[in-house]
Design a protein around this ligand. Structure first.
Ligand code: ATP
Ligand code: MG
Length: 387
């Protein structure tokens, strides 16, 4: 392939690579505007990049959704050019020695929740909630959390009938085992609740430094996923949430207690996070752990890190409804099965260049009482209890 794609972007250095494609830094030939270029070989067995581009186009305009600049096929590659973003939360977690402060977790957690709420409001579920799929914005947007990687996302509302997709079981795991909901492990069709349960695990991962089901010894991948599932089922919420604010445990229980097609009460979830924020008298200034670390150091922000292969399972399933509700009524086609697991490669230096660009806003959160009638609490045995 030539070094120019979409007519206007020169492909330069490699920024990262995932299981489904490689990401390069693009430079607009006339404006020198930077962009991220995701490539997928046209001989890839289960192609999904053009599907992903259609989803991003459909979600356009939402806060924290990267802008789609171009997509198409050139030479031997499917190409998607999107807005260049900053480092992922996994990169930043490594940069901060694999521990985030409570304030940082709450500030990013609320934004992650809002990204999922937005995607859900457009009739899609993400199905691969993990720290690598949330990136900070670049430059002026470096305080803002973005969500990426819609290759596994799926419509949960049929646009023709406006009905929720039907309950199914016997499905193989789609997403990433470490953050997958228990129901996803059990082969149940995913819904909005599973994205949120995944978010709860991500928040716990950030607060605890690791999850108890990481690094489990097993004979093979199937055995490994089984062991992860058993551990998730058997560990009490109290033990899992030991040392973290009880509201996080309440959030996890709430997600686990949602019915398959139930619409989550996002504002309740947000209030749980905000209650902790207020209790600790934090200020919503978007000064994260890495902001402080960066301003006091000459260390560049992190490179993307290798994902732990044993816990990163990306096994896409065929998507459901296939018509968008957009003006063009585009057909969203996706029929992907298990993708080849390309090993990740190391990537080029930091994606966010200037942390001084972080916008500082000094704002106190309003006091928001929790609706007690909705609480899914942790019972005396440390397990979830439905109220
Ligand atoms: N717009 C972007 N700007 C900067 N970096 C990006 C951008 N999009 C992706 N990346 C980097 O490339 C990595 C892989 O991207 P993405 O998740 O889209 O690919 P993937 O093949 O679907 O990944 P995986 O299967 O490993 O989750 C990201 O984790 C991030 O580090
Ligand atoms: Mg990804």
């Amino acid at each position: 392939m030539g070094t120019r794609v979409g007519g206007k972007y020169k492909v330069t250095k490699k920024l990262g690579s995932g299981s489904f494609g490689e990401i390069y830094l693009g430079l607009h030939v006339t404006t020198a505007e930077e962009a991220a270029i995701k490539l997928e070989g046209i001989r890839t067995e289960h192609q999904q990049l053009l599907y992903e581009a259609k989803v991003i186009r459909y979600l356009r305009g939402g806060v924290g959704i990267p802008e789609l600049l171009w997509c198409g096929t050139e030479a031997d590659f499917n190409v998607m050019i999107i807005e260049l973003l900053g480092p992922s939360l996994e990169d930043l977690f490594n940069y901060c020695h694999r521990k985030f402060s409570l304030k940082t977790v709450l500030m990013i957690g609320e934004q992650m929740l809002s990204r999922l709420e937005y995607i859900h409001s457009k009739g899609f579920i993400h199905r691969d909630v993990k720290p690598d799929n949330f990136l900070m914005g670049a430059n002026q947007k470096s305080h803002q959390v973005y969500i990426i990687d819609f290759g596994l996302s799926k419509r949960f509302i049929d646009p023709r009938t406006s009905m929720h997709i039907p309950y199914r079981n016997g499905k193989s795991l789609t997403g990433t085992a470490r953050y997958a909901s228990i129901n996803t492990h059990l082969g149940i069709e995913q819904g909005r609740r599973d994205d949120l349960e995944g978010l709860a695990y991500v928040l716990l991962y950030f607060l605890r430094g690791q999850l108890p089901w990481q690094g489990m010894q097993a004979f093979n991948q199937k055995d490994k996923y089984h062991k992860i599932c058993v551990k998730k089922q058997n560990i009490s919420v109290r033990e899992l949430c030991k040392g973290v604010p009880e509201e996080i445990g309440t959030f996890l229980c709430y997600c686990r207690n949602l019915k398959f097609d139930e619409s989550p009460n996002y504002s309740y979830c947000r209030k749980l996070l905000r209650a902790v924020f207020e209790k600790n008298e934090f200020t919503l200034d978007y000064i994260y752990d890495w902001t402080k670390k960066q301003s006091g150091s000459t260390n560049p922000l992190p490179k993307n890190q290798e994902a732990l292969p044993e816990d990163s399972s990306r096994q896409p399933q065929p998507s459901g409804g296939d018509k968008t509700e957009g003006e063009k009524r585009e057909k969203l086609e996706k029929d992907v099965k298990e993708p080849p697991r390309a090993p990740r490669q190391d990537v080029e230096p930091p994606l966010v260049k200037d942390m001084k660009d972080v916008k500082v806003m000094s704002k106190k959160l309003p006091t928001t009482p929790l609706p007690s009638q909705l609480s899914s609490k942790v019972d005396k045995d440390g397990q979830c209890q439905q109220q």
